[in-house]
Ligand binder design. Structure first.
Ligand code: CA
Length: 440
């Protein structure tokens, strides 16, 4: 785990005024990584780091001559069109580059340095993103006991949790090709569904389209096939975290998923936010990982003193919805949910270790979805199927619109940040996606 250091000092300021704006997601203590270019241009995509309302162009920074030795090497690697090679360099290189950027952007940097770095800044309002890594594999976990219980009750009211849930972080292997970066638009999927009591399924457009509030955990350094990663070492293999929306076609999913798991119900689109917030930036927001005394305790390979001490993360999360009608009314998006990742039943380290114990090799740039994040109260549910009790109790938005599930034209916006007294606010930006009509 990254220790607290001078880059977490809440009093530290950047010479760029917008980094100090109240509520800013990207102060000098954050420094998240993404891949970008000028919007609408045919420029090469390259790595960038968000600061205030600007992005530090890592290709330009390499050429500025402001970095040396390992920081210069890390910057050069980070300037590529995906972050895989940079992330594969490992924690020492990530930390060296973060600390070098912190020094360059800090108010105490000399005027010549400030001038050189200023010349590497591009306004975030002028850029477009692509996925931050070439994702080789995407695995989606199912690690919120509140989500699993809420959804389980809709299917098996007397026995909502599957027998394995409290013993291991369960997951399925997802689809990479349809993962898109924030701003993604996708067609409502077609597929089979089986109505309750019907004798045969029908083929048609999804009638129960949903979102899932999740985090994307990016693998930094991978592991060799056949060489599992211990729980004590797991976080050394995690580069950072972004927001993830696991769009879900519930009617298709519940018909097809027995016995092999989700297929078309999940493979049409997944959206991630563009900026990866590093584990080092999140260090002030670690919490002990606990398991209630009357629950099964983890088997030894999923148990570790460090995980008990700081395995959890207090990341505030919100889901917002925008609709065509709200836009016409200039009403702005409506908030549906606010919860925290701290309630998750399994930690990010336990997910990574579980993935490797059978010998599976993770690769730099792989994504682990956290699974839907729901908190302990009904208002903290991370999916519409929970908020609406399976569609039976539609949500009523403050402009009078109702939703049992998503309609064509609806946008879902995920937001995340960490905030507490004595630490700088660290934000994730947003993860936005929009439903377009099906092509029948
Ligand atoms: Ca999911």
């Amino acid at each position: 785990m990254f220790k607290l250091n001078h880059t977490h000092d809440p009093a530290a300021t950047c010479w760029l005024a917008s980094a100090q704006t109240a509520g800013c997601d990207f102060p000098i203590q954050n420094l998240p990584f993404g891949v970008f270019r000028l919007r609408g241009s045919n420029q090469a995509f390259r790595g960038g780091v968000a600061i205030g309302d600007q992005v530090v162009d890592m290709a330009a920074l390499c050429a500025s001559g402001t970095l040396s030795s390992l920081a210069a090497l890390a910057c050069e690697t980070c300037a590529q069109s995906s972050l895989n090679d940079f992330m594969a360099l490992g924690p020492q290189a990530w930390q060296t580059l973060r600390h070098a950027l912190f020094a360059l952007l800090h108010t105490s940097a000399d005027a010549v340095t400030q001038g050189k770095v200023q010349a590497c800044l591009i306004p975030q309002c002028a850029i477009e993103h692509k996925l931050p890594t070439r994702i080789g594999d995407y695995t989606d976990f199912y690690t919120s006991i509140d989500h699993a219980t809420n959804v389980g009750k809709l299917i098996r009211p007397d026995d909502p949790l599957s027998a394995n849930f409290q013993w291991l972080p369960i997951a399925y292997h997802g689809r990479v090709s349809s993962i898109g970066v924030s701003g993604q638009q996708f067609r409502r999927p077609m597929g089979q569904s089986m109505a309750p009591g019907a004798k045969a399924p029908v083929y048609g457009a999804c009638a129960r389209l949903d979102y899932e509030l999740e985090l994307a955990i990016y693998v930094g350094q991978g592991n060799r096939q056949g060489e599992p990663v211990s729980l004590a070492q797991a976080e050394n293999h995690i580069f950072g975290i972004s927001l993830l929306n696991d769009w879900s076609a519930r009617d298709h999913q519940f018909w097809e998923m027995t016995p092999l798991g989700p297929f078309l119900g999940k493979n049409f689109a997944t959206t991630v936010s563009p900026w990866i917030v590093t584990l080092e930036a999140l260090a002030p927001y670690r919490l002990p990982w606990n398991r209630p005394a009357d629950h099964p305790q983890p088997l030894a390979y999923l148990e570790d003193a460090g995980n008990r001490d700081h395995g959890a993360l207090d990341i505030q999360l919100e889901v917002w919805m925008d609709t065509a009608q709200r836009q016409a009314q200039q009403a702005g998006p409506a908030k549906l949910t606010h919860t925290s990742f701290k309630h998750q039943y399994w930690s990010i380290a336990q997910m990574l270790t579980q993935h490797t114990v059978g010998g599976c090799n993770l690769q730099s740039g792989d994504v682990l979805g956290s699974g839907t994040i729901s908190g302990p109260t009904a208002q903290e549910a991370g999916a519409m199927i929970e908020l609406t009790q399976g569609g039976r109790q539609p949500l009523r938005l403050d402009n009078g619109e109702e939703r049992a599930f998503l309609q064509d034209g609806d946008s879902v916006i995920l937001r995340g940040w960490c905030e507490k007294p004595g630490a700088a606010r660290v934000g994730f930006g947003e993860c936005r996606g929009q439903v377009l009509p099906a092509i029948a």
